[in-house]
Design a binder for this molecule. Structure first.
Ligand code: TA6
Length: 301
């Protein structure tokens, strides 16, 4: 991708520019009156969002992130699609699907009527994708950077046969202290405990982190909150067309096992992922579409 051409075609003076600190991996840098943000065109991967007048990015990106085709960026907002987790029937296929390990195309950039910045990137089926998942599709992500960060992922079935998807916006949030962070809103929800053999359990009280946590919650409310007293902030997570959320923290041993993640990284991040997964499988009929949306808003305690 030619950076000069991208800036010519999609740059917006003063708010959208394309840079390439890592050769071959162009980044969309966004700056407006509300916030700064950055999106990797590889994997259409949001890697930063920081509202003005705040001291910390909302998004956690591993300092050991690896930019390599076929490798998912560690941190940011990976797009897990068209399946969440291992492939439902074929373990040889890539975990979390095909969308997060390939280049997307920039479709449009614009300044909205409120002065926010909206960027749309698209991915369509290819010989490579059809070898892994034999369907015709167009996948679009609309990222709106303003007082909030709004992400909409739209699946269009452009073929002649219905298909099922599970998916997740697998967001890594930056936190001040894993020992103090809580996820509010899941009390009483059923979850699959992936660190305890996939047992079905019920959440008692708010979610805190004191070991590896890998839980798939179903039937959840439209809003969750990450309460982070160490950074004196609450992050409101509001979703549409999603009743599944995953809470993940790798804790000590898994952090050490991940080659693109610092050993102490678990202390500064928590994943709260907006999804359609587990029993929430989405069937998309030919020539129709399905959209999942999440909005992040940060406020002081
Ligand atoms: O969403 C939680 C999870 O499914 C965990 O099981 C863990 O595997 C995490 O995703 C990260 O997966 P990745 O393939 O990006 O290393």
């Amino acid at each position: 991708m030619d950076i000069q051409q991208l800036n010519q075609d999609f740059g917006i003076d003063g708010s959208v520019r394309f840079t390439e600190e890592r050769a071959g991996f162009p980044i969309i840098e966004i700056k407006n009156n509300f916030a700064t943000a950055a999106i990797s065109i590889y994997a259409a991967h949001v890697i930063s969002y920081q509202p003005v007048n705040t001291d910390e990015d909302l998004i956690y990106l591993s300092e050991d992130v690896i930019y390599k085709i076929g490798t998912a960026l560690r941190g940011g907002i990976p797009i897990c699609w068209p399946w969440f987790g291992p492939h439902p029937t074929d373990g040889s296929k890539p975990s979390h699907g095909v969308a997060r390990k390939t280049f997307w195309q920039v479709s449009s950039t614009e300044t909205t009527t409120t002065g926010a910045t909206r960027v749309i990137l698209k991915l369509t089926d290819s010989q490579e994708s059809r070898a892994l998942w034999d369907y015709r599709f167009e996948l679009a992500i609309a990222v709106t950077v303003g007082e909030t960060l709004n992400i909409e992922l739209i699946t269009r079935n452009t073929g002649d046969k219905a298909f099922d998807v599970t998916q997740a916006l697998h967001t890594y949030f930056k936190i001040g202290n894993v020992d103090q962070v809580q996820v509010l809103g899941l009390d009483g929800c059923e979850y699959i405990d992936k660190v305890d053999g996939g047992e079905f359990k019920t959440q008692l009280g708010e979610v805190a982190i004191a070991a590896e946590v890998d839980r798939v919650y179903n039937d959840l409310p439209a809003e969750l909150i990450i309460a982070d007293p160490a950074l004196n902030r609450k992050i409101h997570i509001t979703s549409k067309n999603s009743t599944t959320a995953i809470v993940w923290n790798p804790w000590i041993n898994k952090s050490k096992a991940l080659g693109d993640f610092p050993n102490e990284g678990y202390k500064q991040m928590i994943c709260v992922e907006t999804a359609n997964a587990a029993k929430e499988v989405i069937t998309v009929q030919p020539q129709s579409q399905y959209s999942i949306t999440v909005e992040y808003r940060s406020e002081s305690f």
